[in-house]
Design a protein around this ligand. Structure first.
Ligand code: 5GP
Ligand code: ZN
Length: 109
């Protein structure tokens, strides 16, 4: 759970350009946006995947979800998608848990 020296997102937590932050969590812009607004919410602690979500304390898990919603709201989004890719077969490429927040142009319009 400690910061991993060779983890890209541990580095973004330490020295990235944070668009939103709270105790234990930060949000950054995705480097390769797939929507007009594409943010990533990262826990500061290193957790490889969503499979290990049980490692978060109850209050911490709740605050993480609230921070996802707060990040979307602060980005001006009312309607948006929240996506977590879990495992290589589902498209996960960075093995530090992250929540994609996508919006600003609905795929359903
Ligand atoms: P995944 O495929 O693991 O669910 O999502 C990884 C995301 O991280 C991708 O959307 C990719 O564009 C983004 N990404 C990869 N490298 C960087 C980086 O160095 N900085 C930022 N801000 N995003 C990155
Ligand atoms: Zn990490």
């Amino acid at each position: 759970m400690a910061s991993q020296p060779d983890c890209l997102f541990c580095r973004l937590v330490r020295e990235g350009d944070h668009v939103n932050a709270t105790e234990g969590f930060v949000a950054v812009e995705d480097i390769n946006p797939k929507a007009p607004v594409h943010l990533l919410v990262l826990p500061e602690r290193h957790v490889d995947t969503f499979r290990e979500v049980g490692k978060f304390e109850d209050d911490e898990a709740r605050r993480m979800l609230e921070f996802v919603a707060d990040t979307a709201e602060k980005a001006g989004l009312e309607d948006y998608q929240v996506i977590v890719n879990v495992g290589r077969g589902a498209g996960q490429t960075v093995f530090h848990l992250h929540w994609h927040v996508l919006g600003g142009g609905s795929p359903f319009e």
